[in-house]
Design a protein around this ligand. Structure first.
Ligand SMILES: *Cc1c(COP(=O)(O)O)cnc(C)c1O
Length: 381
């Protein structure tokens, strides 16, 4: 049985063009040398590939290439941003603001910072999963040093007003970090002209390799990020470790393709989501968690009232979807994101996240509609 992959928010398959590019940086006949090797040409070629990749991504997101630090993914980027700033700013204050529905890579990092003497305010989003600038304004204190809000939520597709929030935080002198794992390469970014200080990126959400990411660190003498991984002083001292050239060129190729196809992909996803919702909304008691109008079109979180989400997941053998974030899928607790937007426990446990991507077709969506309809009808009867 062919599986219909509709879990693109968890990860994406590597684009064949990306895989092909990566292959050229692995084997003895390729560009495999250590990019930090200064003693021979092979090292220079690898370094050149790394710096060209950095420039590609910098152009895609509208920043200077010196503002990007390579990491192993958005989890590490989030850790580096939050811990790195907390460490350098603690003399100025120990208060941090974030939201209750951030990714665990932000929430658990904040939790750890709390054990280190920092105080964290977790704002509660509205019922669609959005944090407002007024809420942030109300939470600000004299000792607030840092705030972190995600651009696009991975379970709901909700989009935060990061530019408005950023403008407020910039005015107040608070460092602003944005987790853009679900937004990089998917929404238009012009970081040089946006009031954001730090942005986390991940390659595997945009058809690049897993285990690769970047952190944008705005060039500002007052913005210092303390290294969390010490070693040879790579990445201007912010993140040591031999650079994985193949991963880096893979991420750059993925970002280049995503940027070229940004509107095309967005329109494609909008069409698929609309088709899917039209197909399943004829069922009784189905509702959208989040907001169909304003959310990112690659993600649709649906509540099938009265149907157990786990049972539905089991019944949908030919459709790969998720009950929440991948890290939670083994537990029966309702998704903290759905609880966070005020959804009652039973509704949260009756919800599934569908997420589409570039390689999904209308035909597959049609098949998924049929499978979901069959499964929901069977479970309700
Ligand atoms: C996937 C994801 C992460 C983690 O990214 P990795 O590269 O897998 O570490 C962080 N935040 C959000 C919003 C995500 O969707």
């Amino acid at each position: 049985m062919q599986t219909l992959y509709m879990d693109y928010a968890a990860t994406t398959p590597v684009d064949p063009a990306v895989a092909e590019k990566m292959m050229q940086y692995l084997t003895a006949d390729g560009c495999f040398a250590n990019p930090a090797s200064r003693a021979h040409m092979l090292g220079w070629f690898a370094e050149q590939a790394v710096e060209e990749s950095r420039l590609t991504i910098a152009k895609s997101v509208g920043c200077d290439l010196r503002e990007l630090v390579w990491t192993s993914g958005a989890t590490e980027s989030n850790n580096l941003a939050l811990k790195g700033v907390a460490e350098t700013r603690k003399a100025q204050g120990r208060h941090i603001i974030t939201s209750a529905i951030e990714h665990k890579a932000v929430l658990d990092t904040c939790g750890w910072l709390e054990t280190q003497g920092f105080e964290v305010t977790y704002l509660k989003p509205d019922s669609t999963g959005v944090i407002s600038v007024e809420q942030v304004a109300d939470a600000l204190r004299e000792d607030t040093i840092l705030a972190s809000f995600m651009w696009v939520n991975n379970e709901l597709g909700s989009i935060n007003p990061v530019l408005e929030i950023g403008a407020l935080l910039r005015e107040k002198g608070v460092v602003f970090h944005v987790d853009a794992a679900q937004a990089g390469g998917k929404v238009v970014m012009d970081l040089a002209n946006m009031p954001i200080d730090l942005v986390s990126f991940s390659a595997h959400k945009i058809y690049g390799p897993k285990g690769m990411g970047a952190l944008y660190v705005r060039r500002d003498p007052d913005l210092k990020v303390a290294a969390q991984i010490h070693g040879g002083g790579h990445e201007r001292g912010m993140r040591s470790g031999t650079l994985p050239t193949h991963q880096i060129v893979g991420m750059a190729e993925a970002m280049k393709i995503a940027t070229e196809r940004l509107q095309q992909d967005f329109d494609h996803l909008t069409t698929l989501r609309q088709q899917f919702w039209q197909g399943i909304s004829v069922l009784d008691a189905v509702s959208v968690n989040g907001d169909l109008e304003s959310g990112y079109p690659g993600i649709l979180n649906v509540c099938f009232a009265g149907v157990d989400g786990e049972s539905l997941l089991m019944a949908l053998k030919d459709v790969a979807v998720s009950t929440g974030s991948a890290c939670n899928s083994a537990s029966v607790d309702p998704s903290y994101v759905l609880s966070g937007i005020g959804l009652p426990r039973d509704k949260a446990l009756s919800s599934l996240r569908f997420s589409w991507g570039r390689f999904c077709t209308a035909e597959e969506v049609e098949q998924a509609i049929a499978s979901v309809t069959r499964a929901v009808t069977a479970l309700r009867s």
